[in-house]
Design a protein around this ligand. Structure first.
Ligand code: UDP
Ligand code: MG
Length: 193
């Protein structure tokens, strides 16, 4: 069976990953999987043995063990019947990266990493704004500080790892969604998946 094509979508909290993934799905044949959304769903699922552990990490802005996240992603990929995926907000640290490589080596190929690069103060403003309506337990200043710390210390090295493999498309994410999407389109049109 042909391997899945995967684009990792990375960037700080509030960089616009989810917004851009929505725009991509409307215009291209990709299935969007947000690791954060899958974890929030699993947290809510009755009978989940991981609910409390997941909530603890989300509030603290730390990272859920890869076995949990990767198995949720893998199941969602299989269930979708699609072959092209946007994986949003994963891998966030070395544990995520190693776990992915181990589990998915024969199953999926990472074709590109979309890196949405956005200044920290802009990210903070966006998340606090979203917090007014999102109901998310981590869109508050206290959790945000921790998420930004995790992003700078644990996720940036993963982006650097893929840069060294020449797989990163660097997108300037402080513009309007439509303006950013114009740049995204150029990347996807060239990839032709
Ligand atoms: N999270 C995680 N592993 C992942 C993705 C998310 O542990 O692969 C947790 C982590 O605690 C993170 C939170 O879920 O801070 C929210 O992630 P999400 O991607 O929804 O936030 P975003 O970066 O989109 O604002
Ligand atoms: Mg998101």
């Amino acid at each position: 069976m042909a391997k899945y094509n995967v684009l990792f979508v990375l960037g700080g909290p509030g960089a616009g990953k989810g917004t851009q993934c929505d725009l991509i799905v409307k215009n291209y044949d990709y299935k969007h999987l947000s690791a954060g959304d899958l974890l929030r769903e699993e947290r809510q699922r009755a009978g989940s043995q991981y609910g409390e552990e997941i909530e603890g990490h989300i509030r603290a802005g730390t990272i859920v063990p890869v076995e949990i996240t990767c198995s949720l992603l893998q199941r969602a990929m299989e269930d979708s019947g699609k072959k092209n995926f946007l994986i949003d907000g994963f891998p966030r640290n070395k544990d995520n990266l190693d776990g992915w490589n181990k589990a998915m080596d024969d199953v999926a190929t990472v074709r590109r990493v979309l890196f949405f690069d956005c200044r920290e103060d802009v990210c903070v403003d966006r998340c606090l704004n979203r917090g007014k309506t999102s109901g998310r337990s981590d869109d508050n200043m206290e959790s945000l500080k921790k998420r930004i710390h995790t992003y700078n210390n644990s996720t940036m090295p993963i982006i650097d790892h893929y840069k060294a493999l020449d797989l990163v498309s660097h997108l300037h994410a402080e513009k309007t969604p439509d303006e950013v999407f114009d740049d995204v389109k150029k990347v996807l049109d060239e990839l032709k998946l």
